[in-house]
Design a binder for this molecule. Structure first.
Ligand code: CP3
Length: 350
């Protein structure tokens, strides 16, 4: 059963209805990173405004970018154009996206101590403006999705000051000084709840928690730093906004997805492309909505490989509430014609 009963309304757009537990064929669809560099209209606006953060904090640009992929492909969901690192920025870390080097956060919090940072809540307010502008502009049949990073994933960037393949710096700190690390996680939880609540008040109808680096933790550390903080967020949001579904997307966690689905209180789970959809169908609660999980590389391949991959996912998840999506964000070199072909395939019943 979904973790908390969500009131169903006949006015719910298809994606929202599925998140509340209804089954649809064909399934509703959106794509992670559906706005971005594979679209020429995104690249043009980015060149004009000068950089990624300039786009995020200009709510007219961010709203326009959120809507760009909907115009081309008619997705069922509009995902707010922003980034998970806006939370550290609002907590007072410096944030830059240098060309070709990924995000840099200053100062890095090697000891986990964020108490000397000076908060900048005005950054969050900009994002709420974007949500409101998108919600006012899009069709009522499209579901507005807000998001945040989960505390563990956000903390890995805050501690190291940049992204890393194995999150060793942060895993080390979590073992060496769990109290200091817990204090950082608790602070991220509070800001994230405030941030998601602001997005919901501005018009977000469902929320996704991205936990991109949940996969590198040992089981006990996974319980403490992934499950517990996500459960804290869903618990608080459920009280504030009981009718807003929450999708949890812990990437790379394999069989730990079962505990994640049972213990975090999320209403739906996202599957990355390494999860066998038949395994998910057999091991996740029968009426829990699942989202996913086309390999972004199958979308780049196109043709028969794409068709087969799509059919396999739809067959496996056809008997439950399913939202079609990728297993991770769309890649920059994805041909637009292949995305169009994917939407042709998905408009046909199985
Ligand atoms: O899904 C969407 O379309 C919504 C927008 C969105 C972005 N980032 C825009 C973005 C979302 C949901 C994210 C989430 C995000 N950001 C995650 C979690 C999901 C994942 O991908 O694992 C993470 C880890 C980040 C942090 C981040 N932001 C990194 C590591 C980078 C640099 C990587 C790169 O491709 O250069 C970003 C930048 C970023 N966020 C871009 C976009 C469209 C690229 C910006 C650009 O150069 O134009």
């Amino acid at each position: 059963m979904a973790n908390h009963p969500l009131p169903i309304s006949s006015n719910d757009p298809p994606l929202l209805a599925v998140l509340k537990g209804e089954r649809r064929d064909p399934p509703p669809v959106w794509l992670m990173r559906q706005a971005g560099r594979y679209l020429p209209e995104y690249r043009a606006l980015r060149a004009e405004k000068g950089g990624f953060l300039e786009l995020v904090y200009d709510s007219d640009s961010a709203a326009e970018i959120t809507i760009q992929p909907l115009r081309r492909f008619g997705m069922d969901g509009a995902i707010l154009f922003s980034d998970i690192l806006i939370v550290p920025h609002a907590m007072g870390q410096g944030l830059t996206f240098g060309p070709g080097e990924g995000p840099q956060l200053t100062p890095p919090l090697y000891d986990g101590n964020c108490s000397t940072l000076i908060a900048k809540p005005e950054y969050l307010a900009k994002i709420y403006e974007t949500v409101a502008k998108v919600r006012a502009a899009i069709d009522p049949k499209v579901t507005m999705l807000g998001f945040a990073g989960s505390p563990w994933t956000v903390a890995t960037y805050m501690v190291a000051g940049h992204g890393s393949k194995d999150q060793a710096e942060t895993r080390r700190l979590a073992y060496k000084d769990p109290q200091a690390f817990q204090a950082l996680i608790d602070r991220i939880i509070d800001v994230t709840v405030e941030y998601l609540s602001g997005q919901i008040q501005a018009g977000a109808q469902a929320i996704q928690l991205f936990d991109s680096w949940a996969g590198t933790l040992s089981p006990a550390q996974f319980e403490r730093w992934v499950i517990a903080p996500n459960a804290a967020i869903t618990g608080k949001l459920m009280v504030l906004h009981p009718d807003v579904p929450i999708i949890g997307f812990p990437k790379g966690v394999g069989a730990k997805l079962v505990a994640y689905a049972a213990e975090t209180g999320v209403d739906a789970v996202g599957l990355d492309e390494t999860i066998d959809p038949d395994w998910a169908a057999a091991n996740l609660p029968a009426d829990m909505p699942v989202q996913g999980n086309l390999d972004p590389l199958a979308l780049i391949a196109g043709g028969e490989a794409l068709g087969q991959a799509v059919t396999r996912i739809r067959r496996a998840l056809n008997n439950r509430p399913h939202i079609f999506n990728l297993g991770h964000g769309i890649l920059q070199d994805t041909p637009i014609a292949h995305v169009e072909y994917l939407f042709d395939l998905l408009r046909k019943p199985l």
